[in-house]
Design a binder for this molecule. Structure first.
Ligand SMILES: *[C@@H]1O[C@H](CO)[C@@H](O)[C@H](O)[C@H]1NC(C)=O
Ligand SMILES: *[C@@H]1O[C@H](CO)[C@@H](O)[C@H](O)[C@H]1NC(C)=O
Ligand SMILES: *[C@@H]1O[C@H](CO)[C@@H](O)[C@H](O)[C@H]1NC(C)=O
Ligand SMILES: *[C@@H]1O[C@H](CO)[C@@H](O)[C@H](O)[C@H]1NC(C)=O
Ligand SMILES: *[C@@H]1O[C@H](CO)[C@@H](O)[C@H](O)[C@H]1NC(C)=O
Ligand SMILES: *[C@@H]1O[C@H](CO)[C@@H](O)[C@H](O)[C@H]1NC(C)=O
Ligand SMILES: *[C@@H]1O[C@H](CO)[C@@H](O)[C@H](O)[C@H]1NC(C)=O
Ligand SMILES: *[C@@H]1O[C@H](CO)[C@@H](O)[C@H](O)[C@H]1NC(C)=O
Ligand SMILES: *[C@@H]1O[C@H](CO)[C@@H](O)[C@H](O)[C@H]1NC(C)=O
Length: 297
């Protein structure tokens, strides 16, 4: 069924069908959620997003964004290419374009006296897997969205927010000014591993308890393979510390690939709405926090 429906029609067409064709969605007690537009859903604050009316966890819950994502996951095979990361496909589906800055060219060819025209479109592919990606857009806020539009907004916001947060940590930990903080963790660790050191740093210096706790979980599940016994060796001189910065950035990049490429990891991170908030710490705030070193474990 879905194979004949264009991607841009997915939101308005597939999702209500999915909802009404028996995939259970959990309706939170006390919330008036209905996909029937004739039943007032009392969701106006959540479907009208402005610069002051930011995404919030209560709206994430009311809009049942976790169910929306689960439904999206269950239709992946029909709407996405097997070579696409789920996050690329989700962005393409929600935005109804295959990437950023798309331009189309009309190519006319003449063969045997017959002129034919074809459209070719080039886009910068969406990429929320690479740290500091310029191709992981923030969703466009708008007012009076439909419920599926608002759910799509939250889904894309979560991708964006995770990429921003991981990138902020990577940028901050890669600063020379963070070396005393790294050293204070190394000083207190007998067999440091990338995961262990990163987890300690996030725990000691993080500024967003909920999002940080999710990051710690991701760091741990992403290291199902045994962490390398430390490369570089746990020296405490400047060269070793500089190498450690690279090790931590590398670990965060792997976590970012996992978040944008593995739906289970992504839902683990964003499924409680912890990334559907504004004001998560960015690089500058984390740099400042990491510069206040000598904290306890
Ligand atoms: C849900 O709707 C019922 C009946 O319209 C109303 O009494 C109740 O207060 C509503 N609940 C919420 C959370 O809006
Ligand atoms: C235009 O069409 C011809 C014939 O189909 C093809 O060989 C050529 O690569 C096309 N050019 C562009 C820019 O798409
Ligand atoms: C190219 O795409 C545009 C927009 O989708 C459409 O209006 C136009 O008819 C297409 N042209 C050709 C030759 O396919
Ligand atoms: C898209 O185009 C804008 C304006 O030209 C540019 O600033 C931006 O960097 C482009 N984005 C990407 C990912 O290339
Ligand atoms: C949203 O729609 C309602 C009813 O159609 C309208 O009264 C209101 O002005 C709209 N709000 C915005 C911000 O567009
Ligand atoms: C870590 O230990 C080294 C020597 O073992 C010491 O010079 C340094 O001050 C300690 N740094 C911190 C942040 O505890
Ligand atoms: C780590 O720090 C704690 C508390 O500051 C201290 O009791 C402990 O001995 C330290 N461990 C190492 C290996 O330095
Ligand atoms: C996503 O879909 C796949 C395939 O249908 C399923 O195996 C997997 O459990 C789903 N993941 C989550 C987190 O629901
Ligand atoms: C996806 O991540 C989960 C943990 O979040 C892990 O158990 C699973 O093996 C991963 N899947 C793949 C294909 O890497």
């Amino acid at each position: 069924m879905a194979k004949t429906i264009t991607v841009s029609a997915f939101l308005t067409t597939i999702l209500p069908l999915v909802y009404s064709s028996g995939i259970p969605i959990v309706v939170s007690p006390g919330l008036n959620f209905s996909i029937d537009p004739n039943i007032t859903p009392n969701l106006t604050p959540c479907t009208t997003i402005t610069s002051t009316n930011a995404p919030t966890i209560p709206c994430f819950t009311k809009l049942q964004v976790a169910s929306y994502l689960e439904n999206f996951n269950s239709t992946l095979a029909e709407v996405c290419s097997p070579t696409q990361l789920f996050s690329q496909c989700l962005l393409a589906t929600v935005t109804a374009v295959p990437g950023l800055n798309c331009t189309s060219k009309i190519n006319t060819t003449t063969m045997n006296g017959i002129t034919s025209a074809s459209n070719s479109t080039t886009c910068v592919p969406f990429d929320c897997a690479t740290l500091n990606s310029r191709a992981c857009p923030a969703p466009t806020a708008s007012t009076n969205m439909t419920i599926p539009q608002a759910q799509g907004y939250y889904a894309v916001y979560s991708l964006y927010s995770v990429n921003q947060f991981l990138s902020g940590w990577a940028t901050a930990l890669n600063r020379a000014s963070s070396e005393p903080a790294i050293l204070s963790v190394l000083n207190n660790t007998t067999t440091p591993t990338p995961t262990g050191v990163l987890v300690s740093l996030i725990t000691r210096y993080g500024l967003n308890p909920n999002a940080d706790a999710k990051l710690v979980q991701l760091a741990q599940v992403q290291s199902v393979k045994p962490d390398p016994q430390i490369q570089p060796q746990p020296g405490k001189d400047n060269a070793a510390l500089s190498l450690w910065r690279g090790v931590l950035v590398d670990k965060l990049q792997k976590m970012s690939f996992s978040a944008a490429g593995n739906f289970t990891s992504f839902v683990g991170l964003v499924g409680d709405g912890d990334f559907s908030v504004k004001g998560l710490a960015g690089a500058n705030q984390l740099i400042a926090s990491l510069s206040r070193s000598h904290r306890g474990p």
